[in-house]
Design a protein around this ligand. Structure first.
Ligand SMILES: *[C@@H]1O[C@H](CO)[C@@H](O)[C@H](O)[C@H]1NC(C)=O
Ligand SMILES: *[C@@H]1O[C@H](CO)[C@@H](O)[C@H](O)[C@H]1NC(C)=O
Ligand SMILES: *[C@@H]1O[C@H](CO)[C@@H](O)[C@H](O)[C@H]1NC(C)=O
Ligand SMILES: CC(=O)N[C@H]1CO[C@H](CO)[C@@H](O)[C@@H]1O
Length: 396
């Protein structure tokens, strides 16, 4: 009886934590957040104890905790004897003042080992009210005093997944005061004074910006779903039918994504893409391409793609992807920005080639990618400017 009651209580608590997200956002926000590779937590200041209501997979794998062990707990569980007092104070102040702070912090993994992270906290504001705090954590890579060169973005990203392990954060920790007494004068070795690099700072800011734009996108608005599954489809179907027809003539596997919409959703998917991946058109429109990734997909490669997009450059990679039926294939992926008639980047095109497939008409993968991208660019440039009956079809 007691055990059952405890289980019921635990389930009730868990429901309350989930509701913290689903009452304010559409249910699909959970899928969108679960897809992200970043290490982050969401906390709800309106619930007693300011508990963690969401922990990303990246965070869990880096900290060594399971979701059950962190949901409902306060971020202070990641602090330990050498956690810097001044940093914790600053975070506490930022929470009180509901503002963003980015600060270096020493936290502890589940196994008790300390590690230095760049802690980026941002309030998530809905209709003028802070409903959550977002805490992004980027591990600060070790740098020798006489450092070689700065760790590259891709290297840092890879490191954060594989070797360097980051952890959570702490705040509202009134009861930490005593443990701070001796913290200040200890651990002042070079290791302890590590500062985040500009790249790490930028990575934390970008991740926070991206996560907040996703939350905003899925926000519920005074009972009106600002954007749920249906709305996201509706908002990503503005391709003119003439452009749709013109793109339909290109026989290769490709998608167009819109970088001007939150989370860069797919706005066009070719028939060849659907047969390559096994999804239907409705299942992919409105989603970010990351559903093609899975265990074994190289995070450094994904970072390379992200960096190219950030730099508005084309990029070719070889990446392990998953079909809907969970079978994997090596995807020779080429992405490129596509500008419309006014010179603005209207889309990114991603061309996929099944590496093991033999049917390329004797053309190299590069040639096939190049030809698909060229056809897409022609279609977009000639048709984006002229909606309606005046549109000419690009000859194929
Ligand atoms: C675009 O074209 C495809 C066929 O290539 C068709 O199935 C789809 O319904 C079209 N979408 C729109 C919005 O016209
Ligand atoms: C070009 O793309 C930009 C960004 O999506 C958009 O704001 C603009 O309206 C587009 N212009 C035309 C002519 O399609
Ligand atoms: C890739 O090509 C190989 C060889 O033709 C084939 O066996 C495999 O099913 C293809 N994979 C996908 C995802 O189409
Ligand atoms: C704007 C909005 O819908 N806010 C809601 C967020 O969720 C809490 C419960 O966790 C509600 O009380 C708010 O009204």
């Amino acid at each position: 009886m007691v055990a059952l009651k405890l289980i019921a209580l635990a389930m009730e608590d868990r429901l309350r934590l989930t509701e913290s997200l689903t009452l304010n956002y559409s249910d699909s926000v959970l899928d969108a957040l679960a897809d992200l590779a970043d290490s982050f937590l969401l906390t709800d200041p309106a619930i007693a104890g300011h508990p963690i209501v969401f922990a990303s997979l990246g965070f869990l794998s880096m900290s060594g905790y399971s979701a059950d062990e962190v949901l409902g707990r306060n971020g202070r569980i990641f602090q330990g004897p050498d956690t810097d007092r001044r940093s914790v104070m600053e975070i506490r102040e930022a929470i009180r003042e509901e503002r963003t702070v980015q600060i270096s912090l020493l936290n502890y993994r589940k196994d008790g080992s300390p590690h230095r992270i760049l802690f980026h906290l941002s309030p998530v504001v809905v209709e003028g009210r802070v409903i959550h705090f977002l805490a992004v954590q980027v591990p600060i890579a070790a740098r020798r005093p006489r450092a070689k060169k700065r760790v590259g973005m891709a290297a840092a990203f890879g490191a954060c997944r594989d070797e360097v392990r980051g952890e959570g954060f702490g705040f509202r920790s009134e009861d930490l005061m005593d443990s701070f007494e001796d913290a200040d004068n200890r651990g002042l070795e070079a290791e302890e004074l590590r500062e985040a690099s500009d790249l790490e700072k930028q990575k934390a800011s970008n991740a926070a910006k991206n996560i907040i734009s996703i939350l905003t996108y899925y926000r519920k608005h005074a009972n009106r779903l600002l954007c749920g599954k249906i709305c996201s489809l509706a908002s990503t179907a503005p391709l003119s039918s003439s452009l749709n027809i013109s793109l339909g003539r290109i026989k290769q596997s490709f998608v167009l994504t819109d970088p001007n919409l939150p989370d860069m959703p797919i706005v066009y998917a070719s028939d060849a893409f659907l047969s390559l991946t096994g999804y239907s058109r409705q299942e992919v429109l409105g989603r970010n391409c990351r559903f093609l990734n899975g265990p074994g997909t190289d995070v450094e490669t994904l970072q390379e793609l992200k960096d190219s997009i950030q730099a508005e450059q084309a990029c070719s990679v070889r990446v392990l992807n998953y079909r809907k039926d969970k079978n994997t294939f090596w995807n020779l992926l080429h992405i490129s920005p596509v500008r419309n008639a006014t010179g603005k980047i209207a889309f990114y095109v991603g061309v996929q080639i099944n590496e093991s497939s033999k049917d390329g008409n004797g053309l190299s993968p590069e040639m096939r990618q190049f030809s698909a991208v060229a056809s897409v660019k022609v279609a977009v440039r000639s048709l984006s400017a002229c909606p309606g009956p005046s549109s000419r079809s690009s000859s194929s």
